[in-house]
Design a binder for this molecule. Structure first.
Ligand code: GLV
Length: 311
């Protein structure tokens, strides 16, 4: 039998992956961190989510790392990461969930649902002034697969939608901006900001006081990228001053979010526990199976990660 496939995640037991990979590859030697990895010299492939730094380097015969998240910062944070191929999942299921998350909060804010909930609690029939959809400008930071899907769906609902990315991209129906020069113009026209950038050296802390100040007053911020994009004190100050109207946050600098963090009790912060996109083994496994077959056949791999750009 070929080398073992190790499932390295503390979050789930990996049974769904075991079943789907066995269906696609035939008999496999599947190991999990939870059940015990056995002799790690047997491990040829590691499916990993937030591995303990140094763990992957201890697998002496490792040939490929598969990131179980579309984001790979959790792997690149390991300064002992072994020099083997790194690929990441491309999961249309996760992509769809992420855009749902952004649409949910975008529409929630756009249609004043919080005000109506308060009116109901006060047993008040109180229609609010409405903002025409064509005047609610959506801005998506990060135009990878998830950002593109999100932008396309907002645009399909009739919102003027723009995207910002590091390098120039074009997307039908979506105005695009890029690079440091394009950022202020993009921000100035954004009423609902969605962040889905990868976390890299260049993007860490990008959501700071300069960025918030460049947004129009009352802008609603949705962060489903990474907590490391946000300078928390700057966001809290912008929320306290009322310049930022509200924030829906799924990701945090420290996860789980510490109990004493001000976000928990801030009246204009909405917290979810990094659930915007679950990796769905059903939709993510076909690409992983293809890559395992390609690796074993000496063929080129898909969805490889460039450690230099960080995604
Ligand atoms: C989740 O955060 C992912 O990177 O897929």
């Amino acid at each position: 039998m070929a080398g073992a496939i190790a499932y390295i995640s503390r979050d789930t037991d990996g049974l769904a992956w075991n079943k789907l990979l066995a269906e696609g590859l035939g008999p496999i030697d599947f190991r999990t961190l939870r059940a015990g990895l056995g002799n790690t010299d047997d491990i040829e492939i590691a499916l990993a989510w937030k591995p303990t730094p140094g763990l992957l380097a201890s697998f002496r015969n490792l040939k490929m790392i598969v990131s179980l998240g579309m984001g790979v910062d959790h792997l690149l944070a390991d300064d002992k990461l072994p020099d083997v191929a790194i690929t990441r999942i491309m999961d249309e299921g996760l992509v769809g969930q992420m855009s749902e998350y952004a649409l949910y909060w975008g529409l929630w804010h756009h249609r004043d649902i919080e005000k109506y909930a308060a009116s109901q609690r006060a047993q008040q029939w109180k229609p609010e002034e409405f903002v025409d959809t064509i005047h609610r400008r959506i801005g998506v930071m990060g135009l990878g697969t998830i950002g593109q899907d999100t932008a396309r769906k907002f645009a399909a609902l009739g919102f003027p939608t723009a995207g910002w990315s590091r390098t120039a991209k074009t997307l039908p129906g979506v105005e695009t901006f890029h690079g440091a020069d394009g950022l202020p113009k993009f921000l100035a026209r954004t009423d609902i900001l969605v962040n889905v950038l990868p976390l890299t050296r260049e993007t860490r802390g990008i959501m700071d006081k300069t960025l918030f100040a460049a947004l129009p007053k009352g802008c609603f911020v949705i962060n489903m990228g990474r907590g490391g994009h946000v300078v928390d004190d700057d966001l809290l100050a912008a929320l306290d001053s009322g310049h930022i109207g509200g924030a829906a946050l799924d990701v945090f600098n420290v996860e789980p979010l510490p109990p004493e963090h001000r976000y928990w009790t801030h009246p204009r912060v909405h917290i979810t526990p990094h659930m915007a996109g679950y990796t769905n083994p059903r939709t993510a496994s076909p690409g992983v199976i293809d890559n395992i077959k390609a690796l074993r056949a000496g063929q080129p791999l898909k969805n490889t990660v460039d450690a230099k750009t960080g995604y």
